[in-house]
Design a protein around this ligand. Structure first.
Ligand code: 13P
Length: 256
């Protein structure tokens, strides 16, 4: 079931980096480097205040813009939050949901991830729903248990049609920003397990079509090994997506 041809996705998560001027400078260097790339989806997630600059700078290219988070209510007294319609109006096509930094530092739970995912789908956004275990759980042999719980709680109650429109990003917390990438074999094993969870909760067809990205210290010098794994349908890149040359190299090495 993992052999089905799935279109690959290379996504960059800029986290709390790059103001509008930095964003424009990035795109003017990056656009020509990936202009010839046709066979994968390229997504960049800037911070909220740089979204419009990114949308403007990516006009006429194949690069799609993503938010890093969203709120599920349509509008109201929710200071500091951003609605799905606001993201759509700003030109976003994707949104990250449930990134481990949101789960760790901002109280995100599987329940809020589920609500955000539902709302994003209703607005026509493509959610990139993040899951992944912390180091202590990996060391305790609980990786599958944690990923299964996060998967079930975050997306398990979607309808099959909704599920067919999401992407999952597997980002082991111990590999994020640490330089300690999961080996291609470790990443592949968890992806396989997540696909198995998808088959159990939905069906084999939905599981085979699900695109699962790997994230955690992806760099130009380890992308080749990761891309060799058929279970990996793309990557979610943090630090290395901030530099146009290194992110373009990742995009191109995947598409080669
Ligand atoms: P790094 O690539 O910097 O480890 O970050 C990964 C990540 O969190 C992407 O969402």
């Amino acid at each position: 079931m993992s052999q089905q041809k799935r279109r690959r996705v290379i996504a960059g998560n800029w986290k709390m980096f790059k103001n509008q001027a930095d964003t424009r400078a990035f795109f003017s260097a990056f656009n020509p480097l990936v202009a010839s790339v046709q066979d994968c989806d390229i997504v960049i997630a800037p911070t909220f205040t740089s979204l419009s600059a990114a949308v403007e700078a990516a006009k006429g290219t194949h690069i799609a813009i993503s938010a890093q988070d969203v709120y599920w209510e349509k509008e109201g007294a929710f200071t500091g939050e951003i609605s799905t319609a606001m993201l759509v109006e700003a030109g976003c096509r994707y949104t990250l949901i449930g990134h481990s930094e949101r789960r760790q530092f901002f109280g995100e739970t599987n329940e809020t991830v589920f609500k955000k995912t539902k709302a994003a789908l209703a607005a026509g956004l493509i959610p990139i729903v993040c899951i992944g275990e912390m180091l202590a759980y990996r060391e305790a042999g609980r990786t599958e248990n944690i990923c299964q719980t996060q998967f079930h709680g975050s997306v398990g109650a979607l309808t099959p049609e909704e599920f067919s429109r999401i992407l999952i990003a597997y980002e082991p917390v111990w590999a994020i920003g640490t330089g300690r990438t999961a080996t291609p074999e470790i990443a592949s094993a968890v992806h396989k397990f997540v696909r198995h969870c998808a088959a159990e909760m939905f069906d084999a067809g939905h599981a085979a079509a699900l695109r699962i990205l790997y994230g955690g210290s992806v760099k130009p010098d380890n992308i080749q090994g990761l891309m060799a794994q058929v279970e990996l349908d793309g990557v979610l890149v943090g630090g290395a997506s901030l530099d146009p040359n290194s992110f373009a190299k990742i995009v191109k090495d995947w598409t080669r």
